[in-house]
Write a protein that binds this ligand. Structure first.
Ligand code: LRH
Length: 500
């Protein structure tokens, strides 16, 4: 391997993968060398991540990456790590992990927004951080942990990808894109918001210094080399450590007139900006300003995403019902559209369990036909997701002034022709679908640029993604008025929606 291979560790809420990227001839070839499940565990009522199982998956993946990259030192040029947002582990003064990280879907954050609101009104909080109100935000998790012995004993706090990086290298750091999911960062200065930390009583010295995508993050420890069979030195490079930041970097767009929808467990739908939008209108529309690579701002809204389907499937499987997603999607594609729609942005769907029942209840409450079978439920979910995509794209455009000529769907949802077609129809805009592994593309390209193997600004990196795969295009069709009526149905009932 002339220029070496770069390993992207990409940890999602339902699976982790290690993907090897080899840039050559103006293209980037990706090879998935290892994939492993991410299965949360409930212990005494609290939902945790099985973080050591994930770390083992990372080690197994690095071993596989080394074997695939070649045997000479330097064949594995670097490693970069990205993961889902908001969650963290605490270290004691000896660097040992204090307990298993808690899952953002755990119920401990209930009522915490009201607690924080007493200390710092939502309006001010938004003016400082520009983050949408989501119960999962680190700020609310820390509020829930406040006064616990564990938090009191903590010497350091590491967000998930930084924790993995710390275990691999022995060095600490806080990558800015993942830090921006905490609700403790000011997206204008791209630094900690001291006023927010002070008001919320959070000690910022828990965090190691900030670092940016492209910065060096250490080298694999001798013990890690021994365990993975790799020959050192293998550098670790900070990438967009938030998976969504890496995914947006990997969007194969031309120019800047595009919206993106990063689909997976969540749908993250919005536009890329050069500075944050923190107007009151933006706050009320629940838009977030997270940080992206190369000084960009990811102006987007969190939508429940494929989580709704994953959870339905989990329930149906447990009940001995249907479990073939492909067959269900085929069935759903034949159903009449827009019979019932739910608010796919609502936190009422955040918690796990009994999803088909909760979807049915939402339809009943809003006087819409209740889905009668799994295929109808799947159709309801996909229509609802497409509708939420439309609302987010339209709102992002209106609130930021950013023009949008095409919508890029990346991540797992790009595989579903039905979801992409419905999204194109709902937005009345062409949808460009792919890559599924956008986060891995973004992750590898930032590493490769640091290594001097590829050059240029984000736009050039995106050009490389475009050259590397066949993208699918979906032209919008159908009746915009029908989507507008469906949107009105959701809006009308929005006020009655119970919050998680
Ligand atoms: C998607 C994601 C999203 C966050 C959520 C916690 O994987 O990172 O951007 O809001 O997980």
């Amino acid at each position: 391997a002339a220029n070496g291979a770069f390993a992207a560790v990409d940890l999602g809420a339902s699976s982790g993968r290690v993907i090897l990227g080899r840039p050559a001839d103006g293209k980037l070839a990706l090879e998935e060398v290892h994939r492993f499940e991410n299965r949360p565990v409930r212990v005494h009522g609290t939902l945790h991540w099985d973080i050591l199982a994930l770390y083992r998956g990372v080690l197994d993946g690095l071993r596989a990456a080394g074997i695939s990259a070649g045997t000479a030192p330097g064949d594995l040029a670097s490693v970069g790590i990205d993961s889902w947002g908001v969650d963290y582990g605490l270290l004691d003064a000896d660097g040992a992990l204090l307990g298993n990280p808690v899952h953002y879907r755990d119920a401990r954050t209930e009522g915490m927004a009201a607690e924080i609101d007493k200390l710092l009104p939502a309006r001010e909080l938004y003016a400082h951080t520009g983050l949408q109100h989501l119960p999962i935000n680190t700020l609310y998790q820390l509020a829930a942990a406040r006064g616990s012995r564990q938090l009191s004993a903590a010497h350091r706090m590491l967000l998930t990808p930084d924790l993995i990086s710390y275990w691999l290298t022995g060095l600490g750091g806080t990558e800015t894109t993942i830090a921006s999911t905490t609700q403790l960062i000011d997206p204008g200065t791209r630094d900690w918001s001291r006023p927010v930390a002070e008001a919320a009583g959070i000690d910022l010295s828990l965090f190691w210094p900030l670092r940016s995508p492209g910065d060096a993050a250490g080298t694999l420890l001798p013990g890690v080399l021994a365990e993975t069979g790799l020959e050192g030195p293998v550098p670790v490079t900070a990438v967009g450590a938030h998976d969504t930041a890496s995914a947006v970097a990997g969007v194969p767009a031309t120019g800047d007139r595009f919206a993106y929808i990063a689909t997976g467990t969540w749908s993250l739908a919005g536009v890329e900006l050069s500075s944050p939008v923190r107007t009151e209108e933006s706050r009320l529309a629940n838009f977030t300003n997270e940080l992206g690579v190369d000084g960009t701002v990811r102006y987007l809204r969190n939508i429940m995403g494929l989580w709704l389907l994953q959870e339905c499937l989990r329930t149906w499987r447990a009940e001995g019902g249907p479990h073939d997603l492909e067959a269900l999607l085929e069935g759903a594609a034949r159903m009449p559209g827009l019979r019932s729609v739910i608010d796919a942005g609502s936190p009422e769907f955040l918690a796990p369990d009994r999803m088909p029942e909760r979807i049915a209840a939402a339809c009943r409450r809003t006087d819409q036909p209740v889905p009668r079978d799994p295929a109808e439920t799947v159709r309801c979910v996909l229509d609802s997701l497409a509708l939420a995509h439309r609302q987010a794209v339209f709102d992002a455009r209106r609130l930021s002034g950013q023009e949008v000529e095409a919508v890029h769907v990346v991540g797992g949802g790009a595989r579903s022709a039905l979801l992409c077609r419905l999204t194109a129809d709902a937005c009345g805009l062409p949808v460009v679908a792919g890559p599924v592994e956008a986060a891995a593309y973004g992750n590898v390209l930032v590493q490769a640029r640091t290594a001097g193997v590829v050059n240029g600004p984000l736009e050039a990196l995106r050009g490389l993604v475009r050259e590397s795969l066949r993208l699918r295009q979906y032209a919008p069709a159908g009746d915009q008025a029908a989507w507008e009526r469906a949107a009105a149905r959701v809006r009308e009932h929005g006020k009655e929606t119970p919050c998680a």
